[in-house]
Design a protein around this ligand. Sequence first.
Ligand code: HEC
Length: 292
Amino acid sequence: MKSIKHFFVILLVAVLFESCSPPNKNFAGSEYMPDMGHSVAYEANVFTYYYYNTWDSMSTFRLKDLSMVRPPVAGTVPRGYAGIYFAGDAAAQQDMTRTLRGGDAVNSIAVPVNGHVPYYYDNTEEERLRATAEVINNPFPISAADMARGKELYTTFCAICHGDKGDGNGYLVSEENPNAKYPVVPANFLTDEFVSSSNGRYYHSIMYGKNVMGAYKDKISYEERWQVIHYIRSLQAKDRGLAYSEEENTLNTAFGTPKSQIVMPAVPAEAEVSDAGMAAHDDEAHTSGSGH
Ligand code: HEC
């Protein structure tokens, strides 16, 4: 009787141990009730030492030091738009823009397709000043299409406070609104201070908001933020009788480049040279081959 009891205890222990066995080449391992206790998601750009269904200290300890960033796949365009204006003629540009935007994908609202462009400034006053000092130019050329979209976005997200003209007298605070109770006066973009402020000040406010103004980074994409900023610049130009458009920028050339003024580099010519070089090389090989 006693030995049967022992037998069962030993069996139970054996079963328990076996049920938590480690993985090997042909077996993924098992554990008792993981219950979604830990994520087994793939950690992109991080050295992953995967063992026994968990992230051990080797892979979680100072991930930054262990990260193994993969270079972009050959032939792909890294995130951002830089490639578009170097794609050759207008048709090629359009083609590349379409590809970068995910073609006809449902989520193709902006380039890059995943919508993420890193922003290296924190949400503090010092960082706001640093962004203002360092982020100067709008990475997108001023185009009529972007301006139209910027107007739409501005009217949807900003005009209620900052006003249709950008004068800070939006409906939320204006006298025409009998229920105006908004406690703070929104920034007036038409003042000298805001006209001369660099784009970083605007971009930073969209990313984090400021005091009572909320952040808009989760509402408008990377490209859309810059479209809104283009539009605010056009409001400033209009107020001062200056130009800020696809044709011309007399407001401040540092803040935006009109699309019509973008000079296309001669990329196709360079490609021809290397093609010709390769062709000549091939010919040589052929000639020498047939000579033998
Ligand atoms: C609900 C009202 C409201 C909305 C909507 C709003 N803002 Fe503001 N915004 C404010 C207020 C109020 C301030 C002044 C904050 C302060 O200086 O304390 C401000 C300040 C700013 C500033 C100046 C920040 C600085 O550096 O002094 C910028 C730029 C700005 N907003 C841009 C925008 C843009 C772009 C949008 C639309 C995407 C937007 N705001 C939408 C209320 C709003």
